[in-house]
Ligand binder design. Structure first.
Ligand SMILES: Cc1cc2nc3c(=O)[nH]c(=O)nc-3n(C[C@H](O)[C@H](O)[C@H](O)COP(=O)(O)O)c2cc1C
Length: 388
């Protein structure tokens, strides 16, 4: 039986320290006011998550402006919503002053919902997709910087500048990005958008402010991140490995590793019983990225193993559980933070229960995908198994 001590050692991130290795990953709650400011349900959700006292608590995907939204009730951080978010951070800090609160800043790009927002295309994948002008690209970069600055101003400890899952910032990186301006074509050009965003955020935010990014080193789409070329479906992480080394040199504070592309392959993004080995793939991608750099790396895919009652291949239940894999990956240096998505929807008190040795009381996520279906249906997200 592995001791839980390994989870509760402080972890340095940027100039700050997280009190434990549990990172509650960004998970959209889809319950904001139309303006994008947090509503009463949003407060309830994040108060519960704060009670779990994770080392890192990500505030779900927060849009950097109102013209780039994948759903109608998503968070938006701007001058008119910032006071709501100031209150949200302060409520979380009242409950768990030791938890570092990070906003995930995002721009949905081509995933913006055409029902109420114009999708913005970095490059054309099919006929009829009009690509963003260079001015629109620069505006999007400026929006990221402005929103991150607001996050700093209202008391957040940091930001995750989202490049994962097919959101705008990640599309620039694609080998298939054949834009003719300085944001497409060569690898240097394809990394320019994020590098400009990062430099703007770094130069305007306070020195202790943590700045990181979530990436999908493997997206599983032709010509996407982690593919061998513009029209290739072969997995090849060479460019993404080089990319994270560049990001570290630029001064980024952490890399949050995910995988998959939201509009194409949720089974990669969200491992379930249908393809449980997806869990192992997440661990492998994370390890591969971690080998390149010395800044902290957050891993994903830890919800499906749960208490070990799953369809993973090991016969010994104690050797295929969330805590087993988390402890082992930390001990082997494969990861620095254990990211939890659906598990913290199922049980926001997860980290606290582990700390207090109350594993038998944990509501283990069944990875039934009920929460994901709610999100897809543009409904408010909550656990459909346990009533939190
Ligand atoms: C309902 C729901 C909402 C999500 N929202 C986000 C989000 O806002 N930003 C993000 O980067 N990932 C989001 N994800 C992905 C999770 O952060 C996480 O990567 C994924 O659930 C896999 O981790 P898990 O196996 O621990 O659940 C979401 C997942 C779910 C199920």
């Amino acid at each position: 039986m592995m001791s839980n001590e390994i989870f509760f050692k402080p972890v340095t991130i940027g100039r700050r320290q997280a009190v434990n290795c549990f990172a509650y990953q960004p998970t959209e709650t889809n319950n904001c006011h139309e303006s994008g400011s947090p509503g009463s349900v949003t407060f309830d959700v994040y108060r519960e998550r704060a009670k779990g006292k994770p080392g890192l608590l990500f505030i779900e995907s927060v849009d950097v402006n109102t013209d780039c939204q994948a759903r109608s009730n998503r968070m938006v951080l701007n001058e008119s919503t910032k006071e709501g978010f100031r209150k949200l951070v302060s409520e979380i800090k009242k409950i768990s002053p030791e938890t570092l609160v990070l906003f995930q800043m995002s721009h949905a790009g081509r995933l913006s919902d055409p029902g109420f927002r114009e999708p913005l295309f970095v490059y054309a994948r099919t006929d009829g997709e009009t690509i963003m002008t260079t001015e629109e690209v620069r505006k999007a970069a400026a929006d990221f910087a402005a929103a991150a600055l607001l996050a700093d101003e209202i008391g957040a400890d940091g930001v995750d500048l989202k490049q994962a899952h097919g959101f705008l910032a990640g599309d620039f990186l694609h080998p298939a990005n054949n834009r003719k301006d300085e944001y497409g074509g060569s690898f240097e050009n394809r990394t320019r958008f994020f590098s400009e965003v990062f430099k703007a955020v770094k130069s305007s935010c306070s020195s202790n402010f943590i700045i990181g990014t979530r990436i999908s080193p493997y997206e599983g789409i032709p010509g996407g991140c982690g593919s061998a070329g513009a029209d290739s479906v072969i997995e090849d992480l060479t460019e993404m490995e080089e990319y994270v080394r560049i990001l570290e040199k630029m001064g980024i504070d952490f890399i949050n590793v995910s995988a998959g592309y939201a509009a194409a392959n949720l089974e990669i993004l969200l491992p379930t019983a249908t393809f449980p080995e997806g869990v192992y793939r997440h661990f492998s991608w994370t390890r591969q990225i971690k080998k390149q750099i010395s800044i902290p790396v957050i891993g994903s895919g830890y919800s499906h193993p749960a208490d070990g009652n799953n369809s993973l291949t090991a016969s010994d239940v104690s050797k295929k559980s969330t805590l087993y894999f988390a402890g082992r990956n930390l001990a082997e240096g494969n990861v620095d933070f254990i990211g939890l998505g659906r598990q913290c929807i199922a049980d926001p008190l997860f980290a606290l229960k582990v700390k207090e040795g109350r594993e038998s009381e944990i509501n283990w996520c069944t990875t039934c995908s009920g929460c994901g279906m709610q999100l897809g249906g543009n409904e408010q997200v909550s656990c459909t198994v346990y009533k939190n």
